[in-house]
Design a protein around this ligand. Structure first.
Ligand code: PMP
Length: 450
């Protein structure tokens, strides 16, 4: 396809450097210009309609074009478009959202601190872990354990806790305080003749061995997503979270749970901590907190985490951290209204009710000759594709997602998996539309290779 220089696509190539692309390839191919959205759909500048099978970036819970959020943002912009939360000032939207989050939290939490992205929230939570260790006089207890294939963002600390080579290579990451334990995905890392229970035991042994090798007195925190998202929708094996928490308690290691994707209904419960029985010290939230209509994230922390930090700020004279946009009034007002919509429309219940259909359709499609297996929880799922046997044929999952895009569905290929995470407002009929299109895409790929 030739790209006309003064078209939107041509100007995009000329001026914008995009995240998460091969920059040289982008210079040649450009991107699809998405122009508008409505419900579960987005439309490109040629008027083509797509089901947003990933809810943008796993985030637009209430769908595109929710007028209540537009109205709340407009009203807040008129009343107080900006104010900060520094220097002993505060404002209504941040107070109300903080109160609501503490009331909703899956375990007793003490305080909320606002940031604007998942990366910022994880990065700051990591700084707070270090600050807290210093406050307690544990100057050597600073190491953080992440997991291979875990994703917590791309800033320096968060990117270091992330366990994906592409986010480390040539960025000089990870920092040497960050170590990574095994990825608990049974389908990917289970050994031949190893039962799921044995696999869980091996994952837990790996974790405990790592802690002992590093020295428990040097390990401050463990970081994990209940279900790994960007790593490819990787499910925790039976008994994993229970076992992890036992080990962390044994060695006095904090548990930071990153529910940036899972939070606010994705797994069929308000929080995945409820789905998997997890009791975090720190809970990281973003994405569906505002359906991504405004950049917003939140760090929820329990008293055991907060109190030493407050003491340390008192000793120093100030908690020396904060962003211009911390608790931004328009973002927090939109977040508050978005959570009210999630509750009033029972979108968490919608995810729970549609889970069976969503997962069983994926499981049916896993029988397709091109496919390997399926997995998921709530409205978060993946179809694993069989790799093409000849390297020249390219990447199998990318080939299927390209065919799927032709069929009018946007999904995300990660490794050999095609990930689905549709808006929580999706209906039963729309799930069928989405997976009917996937079936046509799988057929097209199979036919092209026959
Ligand atoms: N944590 C998780 C679990 C995520 O999925 C993401 C984003 N996909 C992040 C953190 C980083 O969020 P952001 O892109 O807003 O920095």
């Amino acid at each position: 396809m030739t790209i006309i220089p003064n078209s939107m696509e041509g100007r995009d190539i000329a001026y914008q450097m995009h995240p998460n692309v091969n920059l040289r390839k982008y210079e040649k191919t450009g991107g699809v210009v998405i122009e508008s959205g409505d419900g579960i759909y987005v439309f490109d500048n040629n008027g083509k309609r797509y089901i947003e099978g990933l809810a943008g970036l796993w985030s637009v819970a209430v769908g595109f074009g929710e007028k209540r959020l537009v109205e709340v943002a407009r009203a807040q912009m008129e009343k107080l478009p900006y104010y900060h939360t520094f220097a002993y000032k505060t404002h209504g939207p941040s107070i109300e959202l903080a109160e609501m989050l503490i009331q909703m939290a899956p375990v007793p939490m003490s305080k909320v601190h606002f940031t604007s992205s998942g990366s910022e929230a994880n990065d700051l939570a990591c700084k707070m872990v270090w600050y807290r260790s210093n406050a307690l006089g544990n100057k050597d207890k600073k190491k953080v354990i992440g997991r291979i294939k875990g994703y917590h963002g791309v800033t320096i600390a968060a990117g270091s806790i992330t366990g994906l080579p592409r986010n480390h290579e040539s960025f000089d990451l990870p920092l040497d305080r960050m170590v990574h334990t095994s990825c608990p995905s049974y389908v990917h890392f289970g050994q031949e003749n190893e039962s799921e229970a044995d696999f869980t035991t091996r994952m837990l042994t790996d974790l405990e061995d790592l802690i002992i090798r590093e020295g428990p007195e040097t390990v401050a925190a463990f970081w994990g997503e209940p279900v790994m998202g960007a790593g490819g929708v990787l499910m925790p094996p039976e008994g994993y979270w229970e076992g992890v928490q036992k080990i962390l308690r044994k060695y006095d290691i904090l548990l930071v749970v990153d529910e940036v994707i899972c939070g606010f209904g994705r797994t069929g419960n308000m929080f995945a901590c409820q789905t998997y029985g997890i009791e975090p010290d720190v809970l990281i939230l973003s994405k569906q907190i505002s359906s991504s209509y405004m950049p917003l994230s939140a760090i929820l922390m329990n008293d055991r985490f907060y109190q030493p930090i407050a003491d340390e700020s008192d000793r120093i004279g100030v908690f020396g951290h904060g962003f211009t946009a911390s608790g931004h009034p328009v973002a927090t007002a939109v977040g508050l209204e978005n959570l009210k919509i999630i509750q009033e429309r029972d979108l968490v219940g919608n995810a729970a009710r549609l889970e069976e259909q969503f997962l069983s359709r994926l499981a049916e499609l896993a029988k397709h000759p091109v496919a390997h297996s399926s997995r998921g929880v709530g409205l978060l799922g993946a179809l694993e594709i069989k790799p093409f046997d000849d390297a020249k044929a390219g990447d199998a999952a990318l080939t299927v997602t390209a065919a799927l895009e032709k069929e009018g569905v946007i999904a995300r290929a990660v490794g050999e998996a095609i990930c689905f995470c549709p808006p929580l407002i999706i209906t039963s009929e729309q799930i069928d539309d989405m997976f009917d299109a996937l079936e046509r895409a799988l057929d097209a790929v199979a036919a092209a290779r026959a």
